[in-house]
Design a protein around this ligand. Structure first.
Ligand code: NAD
Length: 265
């Protein structure tokens, strides 16, 4: 997308980006700052303040940061209050916070499934619901949630992660239906392998960049038809589009950005 230019529905808007200390969230925050939005970065990691300072140094936009755990209902409300007092009424939310959990479906480390569901399912429900409630009261808004192609395509060693993303997907689509009549759009972006810390964390055994792109029959992975893994910018571009006025008639949509890896819609 053409960054650094005016984008209807984004330029001048107040925007929250969660997971903004991570690879995809940071790229999303940077894309909105380049389009001259007022951006509030959320993350549980303290590094979010450094990320905000770095983005502020490169763009003229107003950039703020808050440390918040999205699995904590009160913390989500407080972070929202902070965001709106700093940047004004929020009309765009991109929710990129998430956590990977890997391991066999036959056994789980103590608490691993619960942590995964809490971050990816409950965390998404809390952020999306709070966002939609405030936006619906004002009659407009766009929420974009980053899920994963693992929500619908089974992956060896990723059953709990896939379940958590499928739960998030179902919630966002149901929420979107409830608030569509009040001017709030709710969409999903489903990335495939994207070059961030999370991708490297997902590699177990002999898995690496070559097997990610080329495929691995031992784990029933087909590879990536476009012969590359996504860069965080590829996911940010999709989120920017869905948040903009160019997507004004799009809601309940799940935009897959995986280079064709799941041979699916
Ligand atoms: N990288 C990939 O290959 C890939 C593929 C598909 C989907 N995704 C999804 O994209 C999103 C972004 O992933 P990424 O690759 O940038 O990962 P990342 O690990 O680089 O970033 C995730 C960020 O979320 C934050 N976070 C985790 N738990 C949190 C909590 N409870 N409260 C607030 N912040 C929290 C982390 O601190 C981190 O900064 C995630 O939802 C992930 O599941 C990633």
């Amino acid at each position: 997308m053409n960054h650094g230019s005016q984008l209807d529905g984004v330029t001048g808007a107040s925007v929250i980006v969660t997971g903004a200390a991570g690879g995809i969230g940071r790229a999303v925050a940077e894309a909105f700052a380049a389009a001259d939005a007022r951006v509030v970065l959320w993350d549980v990691a303290e590094g979010v303040h450094t990320t905000a300072a770095e983005i502020r140094a490169r763009h003229a936009a107003k950039v703020y940061a808050v440390c918040a755990d999205i699995t904590d209902r009160a913390a989500v409300r407080e972070a929202f209050d902070f965001s709106e007092s700093a940047a004004g009424d929020v009309s765009v939310v991109v929710h990129a916070a998430g956590a990977l959990a890997t391991g066999p479906a036959l056994e789980a480390a103590e608490g691993a499934w619960e942590r995964c569901l809490s971050t990816n399912a409950t965390g998404t429900m809390l952020v999306a619901s709070e966002s939609a409630r405030r936006m619906a009261a004002r009659g407009h808004g766009a929420i974009t949630v980053i899920t994963s192609n693992a929500a619908s395509t089974p992956r060896v060693g990723m059953s709990s992660y896939g379940a958590s993303k499928a739960a998030a997907t179902a919630f966002v689509r149901g929420l979107g239906l409830e608030v569509a009549g009040r001017g709030v759009r709710c969409n999903l972006v489903s990335p495939g392998s994207t070059e961030t810390a999370m991708l490297r964390q997902s590699w177990t055994g002999a898995a690496d960049m070559d097997s990610t792109i080329g495929g691995d029959p031992t784990t029933y992975r087909l590879g990536v038809p476009l012969r590359r893994v996504a860069q965080p910018q590829d996911i940010a571009d999709a989120a920017l589009f869905l948040s903009s006025a160019a997507a004004r008639h799009i809601t309940l949509h799940d935009l897959r950005v995986d280079g064709g890896a799941t041979l699916d819609m």
